[in-house]
Design a protein around this ligand. Structure first.
Ligand SMILES: O=P(O)(O)OC[C@H]1O[C@H](OP(=O)(O)OP(=O)(O)O)[C@H](O)[C@@H]1O
Ligand SMILES: O=c1cc[nH]c(=O)[nH]1
Ligand SMILES: [Mg+2]
Length: 208
């Protein structure tokens, strides 16, 4: 598995704006979608193409289209919904497989509470979206669910990742690539990413 830290200037600029404690709910939500869109661009750059013939304005044209596997986007409730619109800007026909996992605030263990996956997920590439990869527990629980349903091609898109969480996901699921705007410094004693973004779900939904 590899970790792709996307150092594109637009990504870094937008992530920087998200880190401000003064960022409004509206601004944070908009930036989460925008960075989600840019991460999608990077995470899909090696999709295989195949040639096909079409009728162009001046006669037959050979064009290219994405071959084989189609995509399902997998937002992890709740905060993952904040990236969903940005991802769908680039893959508007993707099926959406919703997974509900929250992190117990005391134990930091993931608690899975919802699962509604695309019926043909075994034939699709899953793009999991969640702003935060902290201890890695929620991501591992989600990947477990997808693999159990038969999915064999999985990529994870997160705005910010902690080294501790990356190592845990790598150990549990070495075949899953992670795309992130930033690998941050570390987790604090409460399992929050430093410098991180704070509680991404609360910021996106305006619940704090
Ligand atoms: O890597 P982990 O240690 O598992 O932590 C990361 C998870 O925590 C946050 O969700 P949260 O539990 O706050 O749920 P929410 O999206 O409903 O706010 C975040 O959106 C991830 O899903
Ligand atoms: O830093 C963190 C860790 C988990 N969940 C968040 O929303 N932020
Ligand atoms: Mg939260």
């Amino acid at each position: 598995m590899s970790v792709h830290e996307i150092r594109h200037p637009l990504v870094q600029h937008k992530l920087g704006l998200m880190r401000s404690v003064h960022k409004s709910t509206r601004g944070f939500r908009q930036l989460a979608a925008e960075v989600g869109c840019l991460l999608t661009y990077e995470a899909t750059k090696d999709l295989e193409l195949e040639p096909y013939e079409l009728e162009g304005w001046a006669g037959p044209v050979t064009a290219e289209r994405i071959k084989g596997k189609k995509i399902t986007v997998v937002p992890i409730l709740r905060a993952g919904l904040g990236m969903l619109d940005g991802v769908l800007e680039l893959v508007p026909s993707a099926k959406i497989s919703v997974v509900g996992v929250y992190r117990d605030e005391e134990t930091l263990e993931p608690v899975a509470y919802f699962e509604k996956l695309a019926s043909d997920i075994d034939a699709r590439m899953s793009l999991i979206v969640d702003p935060m990869l902290a201890t890695g527990g929620s991501m591992i629980a989600t990947i477990d669910m997808l693999k159990k349903a038969g999915c064999t091609s999985i990529r994870a898109l997160v705005l910010v990742a902690a080294p501790e969480g990356i190592a845990k996901v790598q150990a549990a699921h070495p075949d899953v690539d992670i795309f992130t705007a930033s690998v941050d410094s570390h987790l604090n004693e409460k399992g929050y990413i430093i410098p991180g973004l704070g509680d991404a779900g609360d910021k996106i939904f305006g619940t704090k």
